[in-house]
Design a protein around this ligand. Structure first.
Ligand code: HEC
Length: 112
């Protein structure tokens, strides 16, 4: 897919109210005024940065790969993610921008 625009993706993240279930370090203000339903961190330090493909999958098919840490009842039910499906409301451009924004939130651990 073509390169996305992370700033536009941030706006999609706000418009779609993703922050009602997600927190991003340093962007807690995005949650203001939203009804908080869940608290799943996005981004931070990872041993491997979530690849583009994994992030796309997380958005268009959340139950495909539920992170081990999220297999508890708070986050999934019968193996289905509690994350809503956005496939009928996100345009392809919005998805591309959103993933560019999400990817920028992950930092790889430095090599020692
Ligand atoms: C109703 C709550 C809810 C909303 C709203 C929601 N999510 Fe999620 N999301 C979850 C839960 C619960 C998980 C963890 C389980 C899973 O992996 O599906 C998750 C996981 C993710 C992951 C994987 C995180 C990781 O590090 O593995 C990404 C990326 C993500 N969501 C993006 C989004 C985006 C983008 C939006 C807005 C378009 C959104 N989510 C809206 C509940 C939600």
């Amino acid at each position: 897919m073509p390169d996305g625009d992370a700033a536009a993706g941030r706006q999609v993240f706000i418009d779609k109210k993703c922050a009602s279930c997600h927190v991003i370090d340093g962007m807690e203000a995005l949650r203001e005024g939203l009804e908080v339903e869940n608290t799943v961190p996005i981004g931070g330090m990872k041993t491997t940065v979530d690849t583009y493909g994994q992030l796309v999958t997380s958005v268009i098919n959340p139950s495909h790969r539920i992170a081990r840490a999220y297999r508890s009842e708070a986050y999934s039910e019968d193996g289905e993610s509690k994350m809503r499906n956005y496939n009928d409301e996100l345009t392809v451009s919005e998805l591309i921008d959103l993933v560019a924004f999400l990817q920028a939130q992950y930092t790889e651990f430095p090599d020692y």
